[in-house]
Design a binder for this molecule. Structure first.
Ligand SMILES: NC(=O)c1ccc[n+]([C@@H]2O[C@H](COP(=O)([O-])OP(=O)(O)OC[C@H]3O[C@@H](n4cnc5c(N)ncnc54)[C@H](OP(=O)(O)O)[C@@H]3O)[C@@H](O)[C@H]2O)c1
Length: 300
């Protein structure tokens, strides 16, 4: 939910009311909580009284080893590789065994692949989709039976502004996020009858581990026809990310979404110029918008 009742529960816990008659807090699963957005969300919701499970590929099965967040609450890390169906199912089972329910799922885990289309192999592009798109699909399939059975829930999918406008030299990344847009739009209608809210968050550039974790296609930078423009465009992206807003903004947005009784399908997040870009794409002539994008990435 949180339905108004659960909002009350949540605030009871946030206020430190852990007496036995306080209702149990809503249960949240956040994929990719070892860094960036996921970590910020886990910390934020942990302090607000939610029972939060974060996932990482690099953690062990130790539900007792909860990670303290700055407030009175904590969140727990469990291992999950969203590229592996058995790992996703095992993670969801662990949470259900420990908590009996899942109320909110934030499909956040992902990474960026950089490189021109010509310099990126089909295998590299598939790996990008395997995490960002099929990984999210896997998590949705694992949790939806439970959310539908409960007749409630929030499925928050972290897309990107790169899923609304193609970013040069991030074609595979953009395509994976465009794919999530279509999936979320369709899924939202499919599960609405069970009271499950599907929401897309479209962030611009934020200051997270994303820049450090970006993978360059093996041949990127080696092709003299693209090398200079690739380097310039990538430098712009990396600078915008490093100087971008804190992921805490997104954590607060997630909280707003999961306490709203009827959230919208899409929420953009980030700096005003970047959010404006999504609007400009809809209203400007295509040629002008393309010129602006190429100017932004120092390509014209
Ligand atoms: N930062 C930005 O500017 C920006 C902008 C728009 C959208 N986004 C999106 O925001 C989401 C979070 O990214 P971030 O910026 O927070 O980056 P980040 O700091 O690099 O965090 C990425 C998280 O994803 C997890 N992850 C990656 N591959 C995974 C896999 N196969 N299975 C499970 N977990 C995996 C990582 O966990 P482990 O490595 O520990 O497993 C890590 O916790 C991504 O979907 C990204 O596309 C980011």
């Amino acid at each position: 939910m949180p339905t108004p009742v659960e909002k009350k529960r949540s605030s009871a816990h946030a206020a430190g009311d852990f007496s036995s008659d306080a209702p149990p807090p809503p249960v949240v699963l956040i994929t990719g909580a070892s860094s960036g957005f996921g970590e910020a969300c886990a910390q934020h919701l942990g302090t607000k009284g939610y029972r939060v499970y974060g996932t990482s590929r690099r953690t062990t099965w130790d539900l007792d080893a909860s990670k303290d967040s700055p407030g009175t609450n904590s969140y727990q890390m469990i291992p999950m590789d969203i590229c592996d169906t058995a790992s996703v199912d095992a993670g969801v089972d662990t949470i259900l065994k420990a908590s009996g329910r899942i109320d909110v799922v934030v499909c956040n885990a992902g990474f960026g692949l950089a490189g021109s289309v010509e310099d990126s192999t089909v295998e590299e592009a598939k790996r990008q989709f395997e995490t960002n798109f099929f990984g999210t699909w896997r998590v949705c399939r694992a949790v939806l039976p439970h959310l539908r059975r409960q007749k409630s829930g929030y499925l928050v999918i972290v897309g990107s502004l790169a899923g609304v406008m193609g970013i040069p030299f991030q074609a595979a990344y953009s395509a994976s996020k465009f794919a999530l847009e279509g999936m979320a739009e369709a899924l939202r209608m499919e599960v609405k009858p069970w009271g499950v809210h599907v929401v897309l968050i479209e962030p611009g550039d934020f200051r997270t581990g994303f820049t450090r974790n970006r993978i360059k296609s093996d041949a990127s930078g080696t092709n003299p026809d693209y090398a200079a423009t690739f380097a310039r465009a990538l430098a712009v992206m990396e600078k915008d990310e490093r100087q971008g807003p804190s992921p805490e903004i997104l954590a607060r947005l997630v909280e707003r979404i999961i306490t709203h009784p009827a959230p919208r399908l899409r929420y953009t997040a980030g700096t005003i110029p970047q959010r404006l870009g999504a609007l400009l794409k809809r209203v400007l002539p295509g040629g002008l918008f393309e010129w602006l994008m190429m100017a932004t990435y120092k390509m014209n």
